[in-house]
Design a protein around this ligand. Structure first.
Ligand code: SF4
Ligand code: SF4
Length: 131
């Protein structure tokens, strides 16, 4: 007889995902990877990981998400959140990733010698999507 497999959010969730959720207010596990966010993102072509792929890394607790350029390319336009059938506002998730990266001292991916931080770092701080 096969052993019983019990799946629950408590058993699956990663500390990294919990931290991102705390900062963003968005539940990364609500995403079911339909891809509508990425299909409508005006900056997807410039990202090293699509918005839904960024969310997948967060779901898996993979902190390599902090080293991606995608959160720094994200313009916080909220087009993804409007399209998401699960109501996930990825702009807030992206900002949480930027905040965590800065707190951990991870250099933003598209850094330039004459600009220590991308412009979106200032825009994100101004909008204060993240507490
Ligand atoms: S649109 Fe929403 S549910 Fe679909 S992949 Fe994007 S975040 Fe996930
Ligand atoms: S908020 Fe960011 S990830 Fe979402 S559609 Fe706009 S640029 Fe893309």
């Amino acid at each position: 007889m096969a052993s019983e497999l019990r799946l629950s959010r408590a058993g699956l969730e990663a500390p990294f995902a919990r931290r991102v959720e705390e900062l963003s207010g968005e539940n990364p596990y609500a995403c079911y990877q339909c891809g509508k966010c990425s299909a409508g993102c005006p900056f997807a072509d410039h990202m090293d990981a699509l918005p839904n792929q960024v969310l997948r890394l967060v779901q898996l607790g993979d902190e390599s998400a902090l080293s991606l350029s995608a959160p720094w390319v994200c313009a916080s336009c909220h087009a993804c959140g409007v399209r998401c059938p699960k109501g996930v506002d990825i702009a807030r998730t992206m900002e949480a990733l930027r905040v965590l990266a800065l707190r951990k001292g991870i250099t933003p991916a598209p850094v330039r010698p004459d600009r220590p931080y991308p412009q979106i770092a200032l825009i994100g701080a101004y909008r204060k999507l993240t507490p």
